[in-house]
Write a protein that binds this ligand. Structure first.
Ligand code: FE2
Length: 427
């Protein structure tokens, strides 16, 4: 059972990363930011934290309005810094704890949170600003992270109560992870009060910030009842992102000990850091066992179905490259290169020899066994003029005639919509 050691609250203003990268450590105007984060860093090291569960919101960098989701859990094993307009920050990629992420994914979905999952997307200042401050002159912090992106920038968004409930489930999720030596801290980022758009830009309310921090420690239920409009009035429209701090507080026990608090409001936001140590009892092993059974309930037994390869997050991460390569066949330029210059395109994507052989050999069942989604295979089939029933027949080890003989009507079809569709229809 992994241990929740405590929770951290930290603003994620780009000011923080900017100060670090431009060497403002000894500038009196900026020094308080470094002193504030040094206390957090020292605590993380003293407590030998292995994993930081980073709750943040992306700032329309890696998550755009073409598909905006409420709770997106990062399941990758490496996390690169994002380019937010002038190149990525000069910080090395962070390690991701993919196994813990998958466990948390299963737990939160079992608890009826409609999660989304991401990999291969770079992290912007929402996560990186505080994370990069965990490193020092000797180098970056050596632990792993699991990022949770909360979509708070396009309304409607989850409310404070939903964030709190997610935190309650997150506690059970982490405590039921079967690695009793793993030491986890929950990091909530964002806030405090600020507004960065419109005529109200620059709005700041330090009195409310102090009240929020007090309530977060001693009476978080009062924050849970507040509406988003209340947060916007008190702390600014963008300041309403502090509802993410309720996920962190919800993941801690009822009683916590505040071991650090620092606030500093030099410009448009109150840059705050706070550390709470978890004073809760160790979880009951029987409750943990029951929770694990609850997590596995929906899919228990599916793994024994013959000829069936459930597309799990594990398979997805291991095979992201080949799935991405084949998914891009929906783009005309990629499709043209796939047809005309396969070797060059495979080089550009870094496909290994096995992946190339699977694709060029039209080894449909080989690709399924490896972890390629059927739904990118049908795109590849459309590109090369192969009908879906031919793919099914191949996977079953049958000829197309044998397969069609098993159907009520021996029809062929495809997701193709151009010349290949006409040829398949003519056969
Ligand atoms: Fe933010």
């Amino acid at each position: 059972m992994a241990k929740i050691i405590g929770g951290i609250g930290a603003s994620h203003s780009p000011t923080i990363g900017f100060a670090k990268d431009t060497g403002k450590q000894n500038d009196p105007a900026w020094a308080p930011i470094f002193e504030s984060f040094a206390k957090v860093r020292d605590w993380v090291r003293a407590k030998e934290i292995d994993v930081l569960f980073m709750i943040y919101n992306d700032h329309i960098t890696s998550f755009f309005f073409d598909h905006y989701s409420a709770f997106a859990l990062g399941v990758d094993d490496v996390w690169r810094p994002a380019d937010e307009g002038d190149g990525p920050r000069p910080v090395p990629p962070a390690k991701g704890h993919a196994a813990l992420a998958r466990h948390i994914a299963a737990a939160l979905v079992a608890d009826e949170f409609d999660m989304s999952f991401f990999q291969g997307k770079p992290l912007d200042h929402g996560c990186l600003s505080p994370l990069s401050m965990m490193g020092d002159e000797a180098g970056p912090w050596g632990g792993s992270i699991v990022p949770l992106q909360v979509g708070v920038l396009q309304l409607p968004i989850p409310n404070a109560k939903r964030c709190w409930k997610l935190g309650r489930s997150l506690r059970k999720a982490i405590q039921s992870f079967p690695d009793e030596n793993l030491r986890v801290a929950i990091v909530a980022t964002g806030g405090l009060s600020h507004q960065v758009h419109g005529e109200r830009a620059g709005f700041l309310n330090e009195a409310w910030d102090q009240e929020f921090l007090d309530l977060l420690e001693t009476a978080p239920e009062k924050l849970v009842e507040k509406r988003l409009a209340d947060y916007a009035v008190l702390g600014g429209m963008e300041g309403a992102e502090v509802i993410m701090w309720l996920i962190m507080r919800g993941a801690l026990s009822g009683t916590v000990r505040k071991v650090h608090l620092h606030t500093y409001a030099p410009s448009v936001t109150n840059i705050a850091t706070v550390v709470f140590e978890d004073l809760g009892d160790a979880p009951d092993p029987e409750e943990i066992a029951a929770y694990r059974a609850h997590m596995g309930y929906e899919l228990a037994g599916a793994e024994t179905l013959a000829g069936t390869y459930p597309f799990t997050l594990d398979r997805s991460l291991k095979n992201f490259r080949i799935n991405d390569f084949l998914h891009r066949l929906i783009e005309p330029e990629h499709r043209a290169r796939f047809r005309d210059d396969f070797a060059g395109l495979a080089d550009a994507y870094g496909l290994d020899a096995e992946e190339r052989a699977l694709i060029t050999g039209r080894d449909w069942i080989g690709m399924i066994r490896r972890g390629v989604s059927f739904f990118v295979l049908e795109k590849m089939a459309a590109v090369i003029g192969v009908s879906n029933p031919e793919v099914y027949a191949s996977m079953r080890g049958e000829t197309i005639e044998q397969f069609l003989a098993t159907r009520k009507v021996p029809i062929r079809y495809s997701v193709a919509a151009g010349k290949n569709a006409e040829e398949i229809a003519a056969n």
